[in-house]
Design a binder for this molecule. Structure first.
Ligand SMILES: *[C@@H]1O[C@H](CO)[C@@H](O)[C@H](O)[C@H]1NC(C)=O
Length: 193
């Protein structure tokens, strides 16, 4: 089993504790199930947003979206794109997808599974005033599901723990490495989408 420490965050934590880890729960086992909690967060450059997948009944995802075009992916080749791929939740939230925030630009996020985005599975990192509301109402107004991004997922599924006072991230599933193209878009866990 290999351990990966998030070095930039870790170094900062050890020295001055500037680096924050921000938790967003993906889905829930209550109602509404198709939701990010909280739906908006404020993050500084260098902070890490940890998406904890909770819903054990349905796989979900976290994809960077485009402001003004709800439920469609940010260009995959552009820096800063992220896509968790489809991940089944687990009630304690031990399935985690982590994104390091490198910019102050408002970042819309959405779930690319089926009709999840239209149903309200949308959120925002660092929204400007009204950004989230506009994105959410635009998503709700869509008349059909957008297809999932045909691009490789980034990152992987991790489990987080603390060892000797340090946060360690354990790979549960290796990331796809970016080579995948078309079809299933590099999803490795076979949930059947
Ligand atoms: C932020 O930068 C780090 C270090 O270069 C990189 O690993 C990470 O993927 C970047 N985050 C995003 C969302 O692109």
């Amino acid at each position: 089993m290999s351990f990966l420490a998030w070095s930039s965050c870790l170094a900062t934590l050890v020295v001055v504790s500037q680096c924050a880890r921000i938790r967003i729960d993906v889905g829930s086992n209550g109602a509404p199930a198709l939701i990010y909690t909280p739906r908006t967060v404020t993050a500084q450059v260098g902070d890490i947003v940890d998406f904890h997948f909770i819903d054990e009944n349905a796989a979900s995802s976290v994809v960077r979206g485009i402001a003004g075009a709800p439920c469609t992916p940010y260009p995959a080749k552009k820096e800063g794109f992220f896509n968790s791929g489809f991940i089944l939740g687990e009630p304690t939230g031990s399935n985690v997808f982590s994104v390091e925030v490198n910019e102050t630009t408002p970042i819309p996020i959405y779930c690319s599974v089926g009709g999840h985005c239209r149903a309200g599975m949308v959120g925002y990192i660092n929204p400007g005033q009204g950004d989230f509301e506009a994105y959410a109402s635009g998503a709700a107004a869509l008349s059909k599901n957008e297809p999932p991004p045909m691009v490789p997922q980034t990152g992987g599924v991790y489990q987080q723990g603390v060892e000797n006072g340090l946060i360690v991230i354990t790979f549960v599933n290796a990331p796809s490495g970016g080579g995948g193209k078309g079809g299933k878009g590099g999803h490795q866990w076979g949930y059947g989408w």
